[in-house]
Design a protein around this ligand. Structure first.
Ligand SMILES: *Cc1c(COP(=O)(O)O)cnc(C)c1O
Length: 361
């Protein structure tokens, strides 16, 4: 076996080793088909079972009711920024955005090409160190939807309570925390997520959408960007990202076998609590975010000295703790500890942080 590192990358990120090994073992002959999932027709009975199982298992994991469509698309969360606007800015043409980081800022800017976007709250002035709390009356009563980013991958904050929007559907970019905690899907109009953070390989985008909201896309919407087209065609209007769907489906199976999302939530809370409590105790490291909004998935920290941060990242990498650099826009460190990061990875990181602190005090 080749060596495996603890990879703290924000995305693409670690996948469960068992899933990778199993995919490897089946790579030339999947389910006695005599071919790889990468080689087979998406119209074959083999692949139909792969995609049906993936959808059924995701529905079971997240308790997705029948009145929601589950779609496997491409283009990443970035394409969703436009797709959401084209499909859902279809009534008043108004949409309210809460800007809690770079991704929600991008989502709002993209949507403003298509309609009347209002940024109802932003934490930009404090470098996105908290989740803005918005009262119901601050939303425009006739807004078609309210958009949030449920976990801010770059700044390391997360929603733990949804805003009260009344009857206005909430659309959430859940790219970096889908499947990390047990959520109530029925509180959302639409959930979307690029797969490469906490689900599977890059190239797959998951969309979970209330069926009564789709089917009203604006007339100029390109065919591929109309959710109804994908819902009507079982996510196979065109060739789907077959390999990515297969690997994501194997991840879903494994999560179910491990106790589903309640078990993942407990595990993720334990990992994050350990790391944050070490950071809070230490004299060298600090986390800049509001304690109640800290992300379970992306833990950011700094030493307060940019050169020392660089040294930290380099020395950690030499010990098999890789991709700990913060996002290129903010620097510092970021440990992304998604579902597939084992406790042993967090323990090894904390041990390294202690050693580094002693050596650089
Ligand atoms: C990574 C990320 C994106 C961008 O995803 P792509 O799949 O690269 O388009 C958008 N939103 C959030 C919250 C992310 O973490």
């Amino acid at each position: 076996m080749s060596k495996r590192v603890y990879n703290f990358s924000a995305g693409p990120s670690m996948l469960p080793l068992e899933v990778l090994e199993d995919a490897g073992a089946n790579i030339t002959d999947y389910a006695d088909s005599g071919m790889s999932v990468m080689e087979m027709s998406h119209r074959s009975k083999y692949f139909q079972k792969v995609i049906d199982d993936a959808e059924a298992n995701l529905r079971e994991l997240m308790h997705i009711p029948d009145d929601y469509a589950v779609l496997f698309l491409q283009g990443g969360a970035t394409l969703q920024f436009a797709m959401v606007a084209l499909n859902f800015m279809n009534g008043s043409g108004k949409a309210d955005y809460i800007v809690s980081g770079t991704w929600s800022d991008k989502a709002a800017k993209e949507a403003s090409k298509y309609g009347d976007v209002k940024v109802v709250a932003s934490s930009k002035e404090s470098t996105y160190s908290y989740i803005p709390k918005v009262k119901k009356e601050e939303f425009r009563a006739d807004a078609d939807y309210v958009h949030i980013t449920s976990n801010n991958t770059i700044y390391g904050t997360s929603y733990y309570e949804l805003p009260d929007t009344g009857d206005i559907p909430i659309i959430a970019d859940m790219s970096s925390n889908i499947l990390s905690v047990d959520i109530d899907v029925t509180k959302y109009g639409v959930i979307y997520a690029g797969a490469q953070k906490n689900v599977g390989p890059a190239g797959l985008t998951i969309v979970i959408a209330r069926k009564d909201l789709i089917g009203k896309a604006r007339p100029e919407t390109p065919t591929y960007l109309n959710y109804q087209i994908h819902a009507d065609n079982g996510s196979m209007y065109n060739t789907p990202p077959a390999w990515c769907i297969y690997v994501a489906g194997e991840v879903f199976k494994q999560l179910l076998a491990k106790g589903g999302l309640p078990a993942m939530e407990t595990f993720n809370r334990e990992k994050a609590a350990k790391l944050y409590s070490y950071i809070d105790e230490s004299k060298l490291y600090s986390n800049p975010n509001a304690v109640e909004d800290r992300s379970l998935m992306n833990v950011v920290f700094v030493t307060g000295d940019a050169d020392l941060d660089k040294k930290f990242v380099a020395e950690a990498a030499a010990e098999g703790l890789v991709t700990l650099n913060g996002h290129r826009s903010i620097g510092g460190m970021r440990a992304s500890i998604y579902n597939a990061m084992p406790m042993a990875g967090v323990d090894k990181l904390i041990a390294f942080m202690q050693k580094f602190e002693e050596a650089n005090a």
